[in-house]
Design a protein. Structure first.
Length: 294
């Protein structure tokens, strides 16, 4: 039996990959590096550009019951990429996967988290310009694709490909509400037992709003994949600056003056976001019993 956790990004993937999946007894959890090598071609390339037989061969190196996890398998919300994400579901079925774990979270929280990630990766746009809620940019020039978070559409694709009974749909909110129940659902779905451990890895923490604002300005001068131009030495990369912010400046300085409050709330966009995803969320509630309003 082969099981795959496909994301979405920023839905407790790090927690799952470090503190849940490796501790499931009765299944072979495949490390993240191997997953990245196996799955990146089907995420970022067209089927013309890779050999599905080669990927099958790579997957066959692991025997018995196996569990893979790579949150980008749901595609990318950035730069209007990841629009072949429904084909990824079909490809995973062709590769012989039997079950799928999908994790989601409230769209308001996801949008806030994705913007912070965009800045951490080198972005320089303000939140309003990045979100472009009034659609000033044509589709190819958008930095964020709102339709990416209409979860019901992709979940239904996976249910059609794999069968509803072979889909486990979880929310990050349910993890925060009852961690034990959350893990138990995964254990039952994978037919494993969970062995608790004292070993812990600190969850990824977002920068404060002040930290994000300053980093966004600094990004104009540093090198990154988002903005591959730089006014200072390429050795001082965006990633290096972010580490300094995350480890030193933000926890010991910026947070004295600033909190980590929602950008969606800051600009009063809650109602517009809720209205945009209303139909999708009603479908989730009706078909999957998930209600982000509770």
């Amino acid at each position: 039996m082969k099981i795959v956790h496909v994301g979405f990004p920023k839905t407790a993937s790090t927690f799952l990959q470090w503190r849940v999946f490796p501790l499931l007894q009765g299944i072979n959890y495949i490390d993240y590096r191997t997953c990245r090598e196996v799955f990146q071609p089907i995420i970022y390339s067209d089927v013309l550009d890779y050999s599905i037989d080669e990927i099958k061969s790579a997957l066959s190196q692991s025997t018995g019951n196996t569990l893979y996890s790579f949150e980008s398998l749901t595609g990318s919300p950035f730069y209007y990429k990841g629009l072949g994400r429904s084909n990824i579901a079909k490809t995973l079925k062709k590769l012989g996967f039997d079950k799928v774990i999908i994790t989601i979270r409230s769209q308001e929280k996801a949008i806030d988290s994705y913007y912070r990630q965009y800045v951490v990766q080198g972005g320089t746009l303000s939140f309003r310009n990045w979100l472009d809620i009034d659609n000033h940019r044509p589709l190819p020039q958008k930095y964020f694709h709102r339709g990416y978070l209409q979860y019901d559409k992709l979940v239904d694709v996976y249910a059609s490909e794999f069968g509803r009974e072979n889909i486990l749909l979880l929310t990050q909110e349910s993890l925060h509400e009852d961690q034990q129940s959350f893990i138990q659902k995964i254990s039952q779905f994978t037919k494993t037992t969970y062995q608790t451990s004292e070993a812990k890895r600190k969850a990824n923490e977002s920068l404060s709003n002040l930290g994000i604002s300053i980093l966004r300005l600094v990004n104009h001068f540093t090198f990154s994949s988002v903005r591959p131009f730089h006014l200072i030495s390429k050795r001082i990369s965006n990633r290096l600056v972010w580490k300094i912010f995350a480890i030193i400046l933000d926890p010991y300085l910026f947070r004295l003056f600033s909190s980590r409050s929602s950008y969606v709330s800051k600009y009063g966009l809650e109602k517009r976001i809720q209205e945009y995803y209303k139909g999708s969320n009603e479908s989730l509630k009706k078909n999957w019993g998930i209600d982000f309003n509770n």
